[in-house]
Design a protein around this ligand. Structure first.
Ligand code: G
Ligand code: MN
Length: 277
């Protein structure tokens, strides 16, 4: 194969074609980098945990998970990726704990494909032990999706994850296919409301009615309710007034690389009495 055709295979004329070799190289060359975005308690304005968001810093520029996640799954490289994901994020959580936040949780995005294979259970167990992390400080975020049926194998694996004491949250709620049955069977701890609802909050009164109803629904199912994508103080104020528990978004913090997240935590942990000496 000529050099040119190799290049064209990776960067096809109409965009990028990513192959298994690229992904394996990325794994061995530490090109997958995690950014951590804080989730905060809206009432106390204290950071409770972080969501791990990944980027691929490839030699050809930054590639978003939207582009490469499907390829990870189609090529089967996901089976090597899952252990990397839990090892890296739980190792980083350990460092966050050391900054004076021993109760901070780590929330990791998990796809329907990862939930089809029981290997994920072994991986989670091994890495919790390896990094001495309490199971309740790990959370798996699962996006509501038609690819997870109400009775499929994924639901059994979600249940087994919960049986380990690990938490499960429903991601991007309201954007997809969740039915009430789905909510019931999912057995989750937390509902993350899709940021589109927060973005459109003040566009028309109906949006506020819908958002209020989602918060009530979550609470009546005993779930923690988190609003994604909070960008303005007005949105934050409305959410506090309407009983939303947690928040996440640029208003509080963008996703940060580990070193910056650690600095952010140290800053948060400074007692306010510092001002008095
Ligand atoms: O699907 P999920 O909610 O896991 O997606 C997280 C994505 O949302 C990340 O790419 C992150 O950068 C983005 N994000 C996080 N906070 C905000 C925000 O306040 N506003 C917007 N527009 N995007 C955000
Ligand atoms: Mn998420």
């Amino acid at each position: 194969m000529s050099f040119l055709s190799t290049i064209q295979k990776i960067f096809g004329p109409r965009g990028r074609v990513i192959g298994a070799t690229d992904l394996k190289r990325a794994l061995t060359h530490d090109e997958f980098v995690f950014y951590y975005q804080p989730e905060w308690d809206l009432r106390t304005r204290k950071v409770k945990g972080v969501e791990a968001l990944m980027r691929w810093e490839s030699p050809n520029g930054i590639i978003s998970p939207i582009e490469f996640s499907p390829v990870l799954e189609e090529t089967g490289v996901i089976s090597e990726f899952t252990p990397f994901l839990f090892n890296q994020t739980l190792r980083d959580l350990r460092e966050m704990h050391a900054t004076g936040f021993p109760d901070l949780f780590m929330s990791v995005n998990v796809s329907a494909v990862q939930l089809k294979d029981t290997v994920i259970l072994k991986t989670i167990g091994e890495n919790l032990a390896k990094h001495a992390i309490s199971p309740d400080l790990l959370e798996c975020e699962v996006t509501e999706s038609y690819s997870i049926s109400e009775t499929g194998p994924e639901i059994d694996i979600i249940k087994a994850i919960r049986d380990k004491g690990v938490k499960v949250s429903i991601d991007d709620f309201g954007s997809g296919h969740a039915s009430f049955n789905y909510l019931k069977n999912f057995n989750s701890n937390k509902l993350k409301i899709d940021r589109e609802f927060i973005r459109g909050l003040f566009d028309k009164p109906t949006n506020q009615t819908i958002l209020r109803t989602i918060i009530e629904l979550g609470h009546s199912l005993g779930l923690i309710v988190l609003a994604e994508g909070i960008e303005t103080p007005e949105q934050e104020k409305w959410l506090i007034e309407n009983g939303c528990d947690y928040g996440q978004g640029f208003l509080f913090s963008r996703p940060l690389p580990l070193s910056m997240l650690l600095a952010f935590l140290r800053e948060q942990n400074k007692p306010s009495s510092d001002q008095n000496g």
